[in-house]
Design a protein around this ligand. Structure first.
Ligand SMILES: *Cc1c(COP(=O)(O)O)cnc(C)c1O
Length: 413
């Protein structure tokens, strides 16, 4: 991958025709180190947030050598780019063939499930293996401050949990554990402690000790209008929750961050193909990397990347993606210089998590390039932002205006 100092250098040099994923491996390494230094347990990277080979390699080099995988292709990806690392198959519903391939071909020993049926499947498909680490996925309480609930589909409810914990305890001579996911982009650190207290109650009712307490993902990143508390508060909540649990001395604490390890590491450089009033038609959209900007209406931070001087006046724009589907639009509002026009490039920041990972080939679009840049991310949970950003004023005004716009909207309601 070519390295450019800034996105503008890339635009100057070759006016890219396709969207470009601008990646900052250093930002992933910094996030990885933060988790290793501040989380008192094992850190598994949730591969689905960004399965790019450079992410897997960077994490492994930075010392994160455990991975939360959900499919055989994810397992193969990790095996290729971080050989020898430990994997946990944390999808609560797997095919028998996937379980067998994970166990026999890739040495995966850790599996999660939320039903007796899936537990039976795991035991059967591993040839009655006795060396499994069996992790009971618990339902996380709803309404706990997460911007994305992940409790709608998976997790055993508290009344059923003790029975499943007992069954798991009996089924393995190795580790038995519990896991949950408080929901992605969790804005409330105490959600972790609350989920741990609930897990503890189920364990006590079951009368079993857990060898693993896996607090899942949900660690936030920073987006306009969504400024989360310090990550340290999350670690504190988890450590407090762990101290309050009935566990034995050797019980392991695990976490599975996805978003927080990668969100700020990438942006996307998109090109304006047409301007129609306040609508900008881009070469990237909801079938590409901008899924969340469409379906969750997330206002990602944006910045004009242009050599010539731009208007200092900012205006709110909406984006249209390149496909013919009318769902392919992003309401924003995205604040950009008033004179933005066809041929201009826009850097869309904070796209490292669930951005590049979401792209499809629908309608002949979705093909992206990747280039390394060594400027700072647009925003950062780790103090990285705004060191060498060429037009920081535009960017910070964007953030301020957005939060102002949101506040006044709330007031109107
Ligand atoms: C998606 C997922 C994660 C990562 O969640 P983030 O919110 O990105 O941190 C972790 N664990 C499991 C089981 C997941 O499905």
């Amino acid at each position: 991958m070519r390295t450019y100092h800034t996105p503008l250098d890339l635009v100057r040099e070759r006016s890219p025709e396709r969207p470009v994923a601008l990646v900052r491996p250093g930002a992933v390494a910094v996030a990885a180190r933060w988790f290793q230094e501040n989380f008192k347990g094992d850190v598994f990277y949730a591969v689905k947030a960004n399965p790019s080979p450079w992410v897997i390699k960077t994490l492994a080099e930075a010392g994160v050598t455990s991975f939360d995988v959900a499919s055989v292709p994810e397992i193969e990806l990790v095996a290729e780019h971080a050989p020898g690392s430990r994997m946990a198959f944390m999808h609560p519903v797997k095919s028998r063939r996937a379980i067998s391939a994970a166990y026999f071909d890739h040495g995966v020993r850790t599996f999660s499930f939320d039903t007796h049926e899936e537990l039976a499947k795991i035991i059967d498909a591993t040839g009655q293996a006795k060396d499994l680490n069996l992790i009971v996925r618990l339902a996380a309480p709803a309404q706990n401050g997460a911007m994305y609930s992940l409790s709608g589909k998976f997790g055993v409810e508290p009344d059923q949990a003790p029975g499943l914990m007992l069954a798991a305890r009996r089924a393995t001579q190795d580790l038995m554990g519990v896991s949950f996911h408080v929901g992605s982009q969790c804005m409330r650190p105490t959600a972790f402690q609350a989920a741990m207290a609930s897990a503890s109650r189920s364990l006590v009712r079951a009368g079993v000790f857990a060898d693993v307490i896996d607090v899942g993902g949900g660690f936030p990143s920073v987006y306009p209008g969504m400024i989360p508390p310090d990550l340290r508060d999350y670690a504190d909540s988890i450590h407090r929750g762990f101290a309050e649990m009935m566990v034995h001395e050797t019980t392991e604490l695990w976490c599975e961050p996805g978003r927080a390890l990668v969100a700020e590491s990438s942006s996307v450089l998109a090109k304006v193909e047409l301007r129609k009033g306040d609508a900008l038609y881009l070469n990237d959209g909801s079938y590409g990397t901008l899924f969340d900007a469409t379906h969750s209406k997330w206002p990602f931070p944006v910045k004009l990347v242009r050599d010539a001087e731009a208007s200092t006046e900012l205006k709110p724009f909406k984006f249209y993606g390149p496909t013919c589907d009318s769902i392919d639009q992003m309401p924003g509002p995205f604040w950009l210089p008033a004179d933005i026009d066809e041929g201009d490039y826009i850097e869309i920041g904070m796209m490292g998590a669930y951005g590049v990972a979401m792209a499809t080939r629908f309608n002949g679009y979705g093909d992206t390039e990747t280039a390394v840049v060594d400027d700072a991310p647009m925003a950062s949970m780790y103090g990285l932002a705004r060191r060498s950003i060429p037009t920081p004023r535009v960017e910070s005004e964007t953030v301020v205006k957005l939060s102002r716009a949101r506040r006044s909207k709330r007031r109107r309601k």
